[in-house]
Design a protein. Structure first.
Length: 514
């Protein structure tokens, strides 16, 4: 029996809610961007020069392959166009086809239940379900083809925004460089360590503001503003943190020795960089953590979520930054200075070393591709590690279960134990599980219309107390819990859009029971 919350979920039947705006306006934009991207890919394929040389059989084969790929690309464009049409007209959501990837039955049986309640259409289904379904359905369009199986339609967008994050990335690398000279002092002074910890937590929190599913047309200036990491900016943003459990997290961490922290990741690019930097800080500068496990998604998800290939690519990009990052929109020279390059190189080398030593590991092998199979180009840093309590399991294309599958299921996190015992046991072995971002928060709380003064613990349902849990979230959806009634009144007066405009944030912590 799974948890039944006492209130209904958010859905777009309430036209004043953010979910209505998402279905009516934001999803169509996202679908259009996929169509545009595929048109560009097909166009490039058309222009691709024929293979030279005497091996005409080979070149014939290659042009047949390209033609077949273009044809499949057109078919996907058609499907996405049809989906957009049906969505706008509130059509019934079709079952996910049996495409050989995870959760088809899970999604479809949930859809049958919704049909019984006449809630199986785009504007009536619970928002959380419909949004997960949307990304899973899109995945099925690609995975059923021969030539587009490994294609991530959001990859170009992710990389583009990452490339525009240079100024903040170099800024953070400088902070980490300066920290190195403080290492001795930090080791002997826990109170200073705590101050730096708070800065790192806030950097990681606001890293969540760069979100492609919300901000589809960001300029370089917008991005720099969002990501600025200076001390003044941090201080100014503090008043926008509506719930701040940083002290509790710190108190908890100081009871741990050589422990393990898990990150249930959110966005790729800049946000992932901030996650890696927080992880680096914990491992390099504190005695509390010696191992970090990162949990990616196996399929393209909510536009910008981290997949295993994104994780590897991020580290690779950081190692050769001049090929990707500019430094500033306002600077006359966009090339990073040798000093900036040196700071980032040092940090990136340390991250790479942590990955190759298994200090940092994904919850899946390093060479995992989209869908969960192993790619042929698996990095040599593929991870199989043991911790004192739990083995991080590896999978191959042939195995049926991956520890990353659950994150793209259409259900809240209340019942991880029921749905994925292995994952739950892995998380039970962690000393702190950090859930990044808005969607993870919605899944932690079920995206339910809880009164906002409901305790965080109550909203977590049966998950509460299973393991020490920290949620770092900038607010981009209506659900919010664990707030004082007084704070709520003040915030409503300050900004009526506080729930959804991404300017406000929550740092919510709950320890382990017993
Ligand atoms: O990347 P995040 O922080 O999980 O945000 C995901 C986004 O997708 C949504 O969950 C729905 O579109 C929003 O609430 C949020 O803008």
């Amino acid at each position: 029996m799974v948890f039944q919350p006492p209130f209904p979920p958010y859905d777009p039947t309430d036209k004043s809610g953010f979910s209505y705006e998402t279905v009516a306006k934001r999803w169509p934009v996202i679908l259009t961007s996929i169509v545009d991207q595929l048109h560009r890919e097909n166009h490039d394929l058309h222009l691709r020069p024929p293979i030279d040389g005497s091996d005409s059989a080979h070149s014939e084969e290659e042009s047949l392959r390209v033609e077949a790929k273009i044809t499949e690309g057109k078919a996907i464009i058609e499907k996405v166009g049809k989906l957009k049409y049906e969505m706008a007209r509130d059509h019934v959501m079709e079952p996910i086809p049996m495409d050989g990837e995870a959760h088809v039955d899970f999604y479809n049986s949930e859809l049958e239940n919704l049909a019984k309640a006449s809630k199986d259409t785009w504007f009536k289904a619970p928002w959380l379900y419909a949004e997960c379904y949307l990304y899973r359905l899109l995945r099925s369009y690609f995975v059923q083809t021969t030539h587009w199986k490994d294609y991530d339609p959001f990859h170009a967008q992710k990389l583009d925004v990452f490339a525009k994050s240079g100024a903040s990335i170099y800024g953070i690398a400088k902070i980490m460089h300066e920290l190195e000279s403080e290492k001795g002092a930090l080791e002997s002074d826990p109170s200073t360590l705590k101050v730096f910890f708070q800065e790192m937590i806030q950097m990681c929190l606001w890293g969540n503001a760069t979100d492609l599913s919300l901000l589809t047309h960001m300029s370089l200036v917008d991005i720099e503003k969002l990501q600025s990491v200076g001390k003044e900016m941090q201080a100014a943003r503090k008043e926008f943190i509506m719930r701040d459990d940083q002290d509790k997290v710190w108190e908890h961490l100081t009871t741990v020795k050589n422990g393990r922290v898990d990150f249930v990741l959110d966005n790729a690019g800049f946000e992932l960089f901030t996650d890696l930097v927080l992880a680096d800080f914990l491992v390099t500068y504190t005695p509390y953590v010696s191992k970090v496990v990162f949990h990616p998604k196996l399929i393209p998800w909510f536009v910008s979520d981290v997949t295993p290939p994104d994780f590897n690519e991020t580290i690779a990009c950081l190692l050769r930054p001049t090929s990707l990052f500019t430094t500033s929109s306002s600077s006359s020279s966009l090339l990073p200075s040798p000093e900036q390059q040196q700071h980032l190189r040092k940090l990136a080398e340390r991250l790479r070393q942590y990955v190759s030593e298994g200090v940092f590991a994904m919850s899946v092998p390093g060479g995992t591709g989209l869908g969960g199979g192993l790619t042929t180009t698996a990095p040599t840093t593929a991870i199989t590690t043991t911790t004192t309590t739990t083995m991080v399991k590896t999978t191959t294309a042939a195995t049926t279960h991956s520890l990353a599958e659950f994150w793209t299921a259409p259900v809240p996190y209340w019942d991880i134990e029921t749905y994925d015992r292995e994952l739950w046991e892995l998380l039970r072995g962690s000393d702190l599980v950090v859930f990044k971002g808005d969607l993870n928060y919605r899944k932690l709380t079920g995206d339910i219309k809880w009164p906002s003064w409901t305790s965080f613990e109550e909203a977590l349902g049966p998950l509460a107390g299973s393991f020490p849990l920290l949620s770092l979230r900038t607010n981009k959806a209506d659900v919010a819990v664990g707030l004082d009634k007084e704070v709520l009144v003040q915030i409503e007066e300050k900004d009526a859009n506080w729930r959804v405009n991404g300017k406000f944030a929550l740092i919510s912590f709950l320890g382990k029971e017993g």
